[in-house]
Design a protein around this ligand. Sequence first.
Ligand code: SIN
Ligand code: CO
Length: 383
Amino acid sequence: MIPMKIHFNDLTAEQFLEKYWQKQPLLIKGAFKDFQDPIEADELAGLAMEEFIQSRIVNRTKNNWQVKHGPFVDYSEFGEANWTLLVQAVNNWFAEVDALIEPFKFVPSWRIDDVMVSFSTPGGGVGPHLDQYDVFIIQGEGKRRWRVGNPDPSLETLLPHEDLKQVSEFEAVIDEVTEPGDLLYIPPNHPHDGIAIDNSLNYSIGFQAPNAQELYSAFADHQLDNQLFENRFDDKNRKATNSPEELSMEDIQLLTNEMKESLNDESLMKHFMGKYLTTVHHPLNLLVPMEPLSFKQIYGFLEDGNSINAVLGLKAVVINTNNYKALFANGEEFLLEDDTKALAHLLARKQPLTLEQLKSSLDCLKNKQLLTNVINKGLWSFE
Ligand code: SIN
Ligand code: CO
């Protein structure tokens, strides 16, 4: 597949971030020249027949909205118009869909969540709504009318179906028909509505931005799992009180400090964030070898011309600070040293790696071990 590049027209990625990212919506006509759909509607429909895939169909008849969840067995009941099939994390299963993420890597990859693909028949859409996350929507096959507005606290929340949250009519600042290769950027909480004009495929590159509730909850779980919340309140310097009924500010401060101790622990935070942010939200097709491979076998595969690829949808990051270096992939930590850093960066970029690219790293025993280790865990493989 030819690597895609976004034609931001007269904007650089830097200017896009400054002016639009998290601030205002933008439609870029012809962002991808000669855009080829990486999946067909039939293949998407096939994927939504699988048990392990999260999918739904939203169907509108006049003002009556219906939502059905997959797996689907048969689509004939939905007819030819007014419905849309939405399938989550299609990039975990189709390499060509995963490749759609590549052009957006001017944003760190931990921030990118997944690629949701929708197939809509004429009139199909999920109705006007808000999302909490940034999204880039690529128009594939077909045409769709997109309306996007600015955040507006006066919008009402509507629930036309228990599984469908919409908002009341909004004033559009973008109202255009998208054609193959167009790219729409929608910041969080901007009302939007896409109605298909003809059979239409859309690719939504979704971003993750955990809120404080999710972070605190995951952090608490991490600390409990590892028995790391063991420090206990101490008040060695207590003075006698005349108001024993009072909970003093000093005591509140002491208790708060106890909590802050873990939040201020930088090394703990690096470890937790690496783990948390690389844990995927949709199942991965991990490719654990039947028998653990030796480095010699791995080298043999490379010599035969095979390349090493990250499992589709894998989240991987490198943390590279003075006193702590680690590769994280799917929540697993691989500690690094100076001589394994370069290989870790190559792996975490998730591009196919050939013997040519790896050769200089593979003189070092620690790199051989790192590569063998990630392959035997099924995180990177030859497929
Ligand atoms: C889509 O229908 O392809 C995207 C739905 C959305 O706006 O979130
Ligand atoms: Co949306």
